[in-house]
Design a protein around this ligand. Structure first.
Ligand code: AKB
Length: 332
């Protein structure tokens, strides 16, 4: 079932690269719907299939193809790839850091077994595959300010361990089978229209909704916890850029990408410039705090800037402005 040939010769067809047929797994998480919108604008509505195991809200059905796909069901996944002539796969299904610590077996299943299915099917069918990694792939023994591309990676969460595994497996399949594996290590992503689920950086999204709705927010990280963050538009554009980058421009298959770093206190002060009545108190969650204390404070991303021209557009003030423009009391 898992045997596949060297994928190097497959998918070299120019038409497939110019007009890829793309499958996004875990499509109803924080990033899938936004990425589908961006990719559909670029490659055509019907060439981007969003998938998940949950039933989406109506607007998702209206915006383009959506199908059921369970990454733990190898046959189902393979059928989807074959029946839809998929050439690129964006693998967004994952259990995030805080939820993973509460359910290690689920995280192992989704983040490790699910990834194996994705890589095997991608190698078997010569797909280009994008898998996000994260600042969470580093740990307390990694240099934290800034964290370089190549350094000690000994994360202390199952999420981080599974993401290091994904980086290594993807790179191994690239060298062993010619799999076109591409990976970005995302910072915490800040988005207005979609909510993150179960991460350590979630506070940086929740604070905006609370600020607009009630003017009060209880933060579960210490006020001085500095972490790398990125506005969703930058994250999705980076993803499109690495997907489209010519293979010969890539000196690595896994890149850090960086935009800004801030603490809850910095973020509060920036939001208070527009919403001066915002009040923030702190009630630290020890699990999340221990995770955050082991993660990078800032990310070094010169390789992405050099190899494929990565450049972020949103720093803290622009991000706060964009978030408060999108989140109004009516669209909570
Ligand atoms: C999390 O907090 O778990 C994620 C991440 C930084 O990967 N947002």
């Amino acid at each position: 079932r898992r045997a596949f040939a060297d994928g190097r010769a497959q998918n070299s067809n120019c038409t497939e690269i110019d007009h890829p047929k793309i499958l996004i797994t875990g499509g109803l998480g924080q990033l899938g719907v936004g990425l589908a919108k961006l990719l559909r604008r670029r490659f055509g509505k019907n060439n981007v299939i969003l998938s998940d195991i949950r039933k989406p809200p109506n607007h998702v059905y209206h915006n383009g193809p959506f199908i059921f796909s369970d990454i733990l069901d190898y046959k189902n996944l393979r059928e989807i790839v074959v029946n839809n002539n998929i050439s690129w796969l964006v693998h967004y299904s994952a259990v995030l850091s805080a939820v993973g610590e509460n359910n290690v077996s689920l995280a192992k299943e989704v983040n490790i077994t699910g990834l194996h299915n994705i890589l095997d099917i991608a190698a078997e069918h010569g797909l280009r595959v994008f898998v996000p990694s994260t600042i969470g792939a580093f740990g307390p023994s990694s240099p934290r300010d800034p964290t370089p591309e190549l350094c000690v990676q000994r994360p202390r969460t199952i999420y981080g361990v599974s993401k290091v595994h994904a980086e290594l497996m993807g790179e191994y399949y690239h060298h062993r089978y010619g799999l076109d594996f591409r990976c970005l290590r995302y910072p915490g992503i800040i988005s207005a229209d979609s909510q993150p689920g179960g991460g350590t950086t979630d506070y940086a999204v929740q604070i905006f909704h609370a600020a607009v709705k009630t003017g009060y927010f209880e933060c579960n990280l210490r006020s001085d916890t500095r972490l790398p963050m990125m506005y969703i538009d930058d994250c999705l554009r980076a993803t499109l850029e690495i997907l489209e980058a010519p293979a010969d421009s890539l000196t690595s298959r896994t890149y850090n990408i960086n935009a800004m770093s801030f603490t809850p206190q910095d973020l509060t002060q920036e939001i208070q410039k527009m919403l001066p009545d915002l009040k923030v108190t702190y009630n630290v969650d020890p699990v999340r705090q221990a995770i955050a204390d082991s993660w990078p404070m800032a990310f070094e991303d010169s390789a992405a800037r050099r190899d494929w021209g990565w450049k972020h557009e949103y720093d803290l003030p622009e991000m706060v402005q964009a978030m408060l423009t999108h989140i109004t009391p009516g669209n909570q």
